[in-house]
Design a protein around this ligand. Structure first.
Ligand code: NAD
Length: 373
């Protein structure tokens, strides 16, 4: 693709993300976002060169405001292969023992942590201690306490902590949020979020409580929690949940297979959600208000995301989520832009508080009251 065509597509994609925000927030932050999108480039080191990092690395090749300038991995052959492919010099390749040395590397502004969930806590704290901004994959950590420690460490080091909630930059998603905010759907009464897939290989880290922190809720159910919050536009005040386990050999103690959960919101709206590691084709959001509805199906996969409302198809253009996310995050970090839907660490901590309450409800059989602070 030639440069001008790529520029056009990127500008178009970025505008599609930003435009919905214009009508629903004060003009200043959105204008600032548009004006500064051609600004400086965020230099990012990727940590954990696995499946999702591969997707992020490829998507970043189309970024206008972010580029890969560092790599962190425990596998020397991957460092060489990725270093050659993405033109990262040997001086900016690190392993898990020596990556604190990024402190002295002026070519790295931020580290994107894309390792198994339980490792995020210590790794982000080390990134902050090295004076670099941290972008961390979801879930932020494996407990709200650990997540809060990460938020505190980054605040103390005066660096930003962002969470890789890519849907918060997706144009169709933002359009539903805009329609709900402008009152198109009237008073919101109900949200349904179905998220899940069949987890394959039983030996993968996702099914290991020590590395994953839980099961489907930590990995995929978190999208339904997140979706309920941005689709309804409120934070839940209670949850209740029930767990079903059909395969206790594959899904061991502490690794949830399927959880149904309900959430209540201050306005009286309710959400009914499903999170599963043993049911396929679960990728659907439904929002109902007294004047209209929105359905997104698929709602959180890599896309294209499809949505319709009581008025017809939403039809915003498909963007590569990780490209849009990384350009937007560069603007958040370098320009101080405030995204319409926040992606700072505290949002990740709040989601972990909700997950903990869901797990507590599964154990006790009782509704849990939430205080997200
Ligand atoms: P993966 O297994 O494909 O990759 C994990 C990487 O971490 C591998 O390169 C592995 O070598 C490395 N690693 C370092 N220490 C490890 C250890 N002690 N045990 C196992 N692996 C170790 O996993 P993934 O799918 O890339 O997931 C990584 C993170 O990204 C997770 O937090 C996951 O939730 C998140 N993720 C997010 C999305 C999204 O859409 N936002 C999608 C997939 C994964």
């Amino acid at each position: 693709m030639n440069a001008s065509r790529r520029d056009f597509i990127q500008k178009f994609a970025l505008s599609a993300t930003v435009l919905p925000m214009l009508s629903s927030v004060s003009a200043a932050p959105a204008l600032q976002y548009l004006e500064q999108k051609d600004g400086p480039v965020l230099r990012v080191a990727l940590m954990g060169l696995g499946g999702y990092a591969q997707r992020v690395a490829e998507a970043m090749q189309s970024c206008k405001r972010a580029k890969i300038t560092g790599l962190i991995s425990g596998t020397p052959s991957k460092l060489k292969e990725w270093g050659d492919k993405y033109k990262v010099p040997e001086t900016s390749r690190y392993n898990y023992d020596n990556f604190d040395k990024i402190k002295d590397n002026p070519e790295i502004d931020a580290v994107y942590v894309i390792t198994p969930n339980a490792l995020h806590h210590d790794q982000v704290i080390r990134v902050a201690a090295a004076g670099k901004h941290a972008i961390c994959e979801k879930p932020l950590a494996i407990s709200a306490k650990e997540g809060q420690e990460m938020v505190d460490a980054c605040a103390k080091a005066n660096v930003k902590l962002l969470i890789g909630y890519r849907m918060r930059f997706e144009p169709n998603t933002l359009e539903v949020v805009r329609l709900r905010e402008t009152g198109e759907m009237g008073k919101i009464k109900f949200f349904q979020g179905q998220t899940g897939f069949v987890a394959g290989d039983p030996s993968q880290w996702r099914l290991n409580k020590a590395l994953a922190g839980g099961g489907s809720m930590m990995d995929i159910g978190i999208y339904a929690i997140n979706g309920a919050r941005y689709m309804i536009g409120e934070d839940p005040i209670w949850v209740s949940a029930q767990e079903t386990k059909t395969d206790p050999v594959k899904f061991k103690e502490g690794v949830d297979e399927t959880i149904q959960f309900e959430m209540g919101f201050p306005s009286g709206a309710v959400a009914s959600c499903l999170s599963s590691y043993n049911i396929n084709h679960l990728d659907r959001f439904f929002l109902s208000g007294d004047k209209g509805f929105a359905e997104m199906w698929p709602s959180t996969g890599y896309g294209p995301i499809k949505g319709r409302t009581h008025k017809g198809d939403i039809g915003k253009p498909h963007t590569i989520h990780q490209t849009t996310q990384m350009d937007a995050m560069a603007s958040i970090i370098l320009d101080g832009t405030k995204p319409h839907l926040p992606v700072d660490g505290i949002v990740g901590v709040q989601d972990l508080k909700i997950i903990e309450a869901i797990y507590a409800s599964c154990k006790t059989g009782k509704r849990q009251t939430l205080d997200l602070g």
